[in-house]
Structure formats: C-alpha cells, structure tokens
Design a protein around this ligand. Structure first.
Ligand SMILES: CC(=O)N[C@H]1[C@@H](OP(=O)(O)OP(=O)(O)OC[C@H]2O[C@@H](n3ccc(=O)[nH]c3=O)[C@H](O)[C@@H]2O)O[C@H](CO)[C@@H](O)[C@@H]1O
Ligand SMILES: C=C(OP(=O)(O)O)C(=O)O
Length: 428
C-alpha cells in the first residue's frame, strides 16, 4: 500500500483563484457507519469527498452485505443497508483506513456481533481503542481477542442487546465519541457520555443521526445524552466542508504568497489554527460561505500546541511545520495528540529545512530556502505538508507513497493546477 502514487511539484508560483473545499473525510466516514444502522430505506449522502478512504468505506460496506453506490461525478453516495449480512470487517479492506472501526455499532445492532480483523489509519504512534471497547462493555457487550495463524489479533465483540449506561472518554476521542453515540442510539434506555469530543464533524454526525430518528442532546457541551430508539431511517444529508482541506489551501496561499477564495470554508471551523495563521501574516476575510485569504507580508514564526477542537488541530500540525520553514525566526511545535507525528521533519530536512525534534516537540529554525527533492509521504498530513513545501521550493519535488495523500484529499493535482500550480499525479 502507498508505493504506487507519486506527485511531482515544481515550486515558485503564487496561487490565485477560487477553490472548492471538499466534503469532510472525518464527517463522511461516521455517516457511512450511521447509514448502516438503518434497517429500512436508503440513505443519500451529498458532497461526499472522492477520496481513497471513501472508496475503501464503500468496498467495506459492500463486503458486509450492504448495497452502496458511489456516484463520483455527483459526489453522492447511496446506501441501502437492509441487506447487511456479515459481521466480519475483513482485514484487506478494514486495515487500510481508521474509519472502518465506525462500522462496529451498526454490526452490533443489526447482527449482534462484530469481528474486526484489522483497523487502519495513519501510523502516528499509539492509537488505542480502549475508550470504544470499554464503552461497548459498559453497555453489555463482550470483547475478546483471538490470535490468528499469522499472528494478527482478531477482535470479537458480541452484543445480544446493548443497554444505555454512563460512559466516558478519558480524553475527548473523536471517533470514540461517534462510536459511543451510535451504539447508544439504538440501545435500550438512556446513555450519558462524559468528556465527549466537540469537533464540528461530531456535531454533523449528531445531526444526521437525529434526522434518522435518534434522540441525542448535548452535542458541543462535552456531555451527550442519548435516549435509545427502536429504529433509524434512511434520509438525505449533505456532508459539511472539510476544515483540514480548507486549512491546507489557506496554507497553500500563505506559502506561495498568493490570494485564494475558498468556497465552503469557515474561519470558525479552523478554531485556533485561524489565529495562529493570522499571527504568521495571513489575512482572512469571511464573506458568508466563502473565505478569502492572502499573504503579502513576510511570514512570522509561530508557537503551536495541538489540542482537541477548538484547539489547534493535529491534522494541521504537519502543514504548519512546512509553512514555518519559511518564517523569519524559530517556530516551536508541541504535538499533544499523537506520539509519532514528526516523520515529516526528516523529509523537510531533505529539502533544506532546519528542524530539531525532541520527543513530541519540534523547533523549526526558519527561514530556510526549500529545494526540490525526492521525499516520502509517511502519512496523510505528511503528504499534504510535502505538497505545500514543494509549492514553495526551488526546482522539482517528487512525493512518493502518496496513496496516503489520496486517502484524505480529493483531486489535489487538479485543484492546485487550476490555481496556477505546476503539479502532476503519477501512478505506476
Ligand atoms: C477518522 C477520523 O475521524 N480521524 C480523526 C480522529 O482520529 P481518532 O478518532 O482515531 O483520534 P482520537 O481522538 O480517538 O485519538 C486522540 C488520542 O486519544 C488516544 N485514544 C483514543 C481512543 C481510545 O480509545 N484511546 C486512546 O488512548 C489516541 O491514542 C490518540 O492519542 O481524530 C484525530 C484527532 O483529532 C484526527 O487526527 C483524525 O483525523
Ligand atoms: C490521522 C488522520 O486520519 P485517520 O484517523 O483516518 O488515520 C488524518 O486525517 O490525518
């Protein structure tokens, strides 16, 4: 996986024009999980990002018996889950994306069990699932692990009937909150989830579940109450815009000294990242649902501490590391969410950056002149950061293992080319 896609970028062109922000990866994946909970009717999702994670999610839905049709040109996904038949999330698909674990509540409710042969997602250090498992157990499920012949662990979760209870996340886990809400939506009785995540995608998921018939209150407060209902129905829903995609395009304008109109981007959804980018010298003008952004002055250095929403999103940490290479002085980055998210530093160093990494802290000694090099996308956001670095670098940058980038960003080369970038996508 990940070795067959390359991007070639030739830097030095300021980006200008209008770009359409895609639908949110981290909203559509739990929505696909939610739509599998509807035993009757079809769910229609609009503004679906055409990314590899969505293609994998469609394959996985089909593998467990649902009818799922992705209409790419229309960015529309139609799901009929009435035919759900297999509780097994097969490793060859499920281990390619993190969102596969969001199918578990539907399997528990519809088939009484889930068999998880693998969970994927970006390799960012330890990525535990204990808040999910502990929550399912508190609702009456049993969770057991069996070691397969090849040494891989296979998790079996069985739940004859889930019942409401008091659940919590030790820290406000994004997918953990979504999974516990979905598990509670069709459980018997009332569930309270404490220390729930506040991310806009979590709220968009609460909205789709409510429209399907779920009874959920407290979204956005950290305490979510769910009163279980007997069934959920297929409905139509438009996926919210992707705030990480928006943040990357803001930084594309910033790193090239350009000016862009981002259709669908929201300053509010960027949280603290908007303030940090403003401090670096980015100018924002929110005009309704279009965000205008430009950078004319030299970039200033920045201190970043990643945090749950509305803090600085960890998924924008890699892109801002690339941007801070050009800033006039040292920038300090403290990654608090994941313990293995600095592989990018080595790749940027190949391009001429000067970055000191110490555990979960990095110091970027800007300003550096970036030069084109062959670099590797170790994960999704490492990929988007390397594209940004390539846009600012002298000469040609080749980004390998770029399947990771395609996991989360749609039509990257096409959208950047329309803004004046020199970028092509190649496959073997
Ligand atoms: C598909 C999706 O929505 N992915 C996003 C989601 O990932 P994901 O939902 O996996 O991230 P979490 O919020 O769950 O994880 C954050 C931290 O909590 C820890 N943790 C989490 C769950 C658990 O049961 N036990 C535990 O210890 C993790 O190891 C990690 O250190 O949120 C991340 C943090 O905003 C984003 O980077 C990902 O893009
Ligand atoms: C970490 C990410 O995604 P996932 O949780 O899907 O691996 C990401 O989007 O950067």
């Amino acid at each position: 996986m990940g070795h067959d896609v390359r991007y070639r970028v030739r830097g030095g062109r300021p980006l200008q024009g209008t770009v359409f922000i895609q639908g949110a990866k981290n909203a559509v994946l739990p929505m696909i999980g939610a739509s599998l909970m509807a035993a009757k009717g079809r769910t229609v999702l609009r503004n679906v990002p055409i990314i590899e994670d969505v293609r994998r999610a469609v394959e996985l839905a089909q593998a467990i018996g649902a009818k799922a049709e992705l209409h790419e040109a229309e960015r529309t996904l139609v799901i009929d889950a009435s035919t759900l038949s297999s509780p097994v999330l097969p490793a060859d698909i499920a281990s390619r994306f993190r969102g596969s674990f969001l199918f578990v509540p539907a399997l528990l409710h519809r088939l009484g069990e889930a068999v998880i042969e693998g969970v994927g997602g970006c390799n960012l250090g330890s990525r535990n699932l204990d808040f999910h498992y502990n929550g399912f157990k508190r609702m009456g499920a049993t969770v057991t692990e069996q070691i397969a012949d090849n040494g891989d662990g296979i998790i079996h979760i069985k739940a004859g009937e889930l019942r409401g209870g008091t659940l919590y996340c030790d820290t406000p886990s994004h997918t953990g909150t979504e999974n516990l809400i979905m598990a509670a939506a069709l459980a018997h009785g009332t569930t309270l989830i404490k220390n729930a995540a506040l991310e806009p995608e979590v709220l968009d998921n609460i909205e789709i579940l409510q429209r399907m018939g779920a009874r959920i209150s407290g979204g956005g407060t950290g305490f979510i109450t769910v009163e279980g209902v007997d069934e959920l129905n297929g409905i139509e829903h438009t996926v919210m815009p992707d705030r990480i995609d928006a943040g990357v395009f803001v930084m594309a304008a910033a790193i090239t000294g350009g000016e862009l109109s981002l259709v669908g981007a929201s300053l509010e959804h960027l949280g603290v990242a908007a303030d940090k980018l403003e401090q670096m010298g980015v100018e924002f003008h929110q005009q309704g649902a279009v965000l205008q952004v430009r950078r004319e002055r030299p970039l200033r250095p920045i201190n970043v501490i990643t945090d749950e929403y509305p803090g600085f999103a960890t998924d924008l940490q890699s892109p801002i590391m690339a941007l801070s290479c050009l800033a006039d002085g040292p920038s300090y980055i403290y990654e608090r969410i994941f313990d293995g998210r600095f592989k990018l530093a080595e790749e940027l160093t190949k391009m001429g950056a000067d970055i000191e990494v110490n555990g979960n802290r990095a110091k970027v000694n800007g300003p550096n002149v970036l030069r084109g090099a062959e670099v590797e996308a170790h994960d999704l956001r490492c990929g988007s950061a390397l594209v940004l670095a390539g846009l600012a670098a002298e000469g040609e940058t080749t980004i390998t293992s770029a399947y990771y980038l395609d996991r989360g960003h749609a039509h990257t080369a096409e959208r950047l080319s329309q803004l004046g970038a020199d970028i092509v996508r190649e496959t073997d």
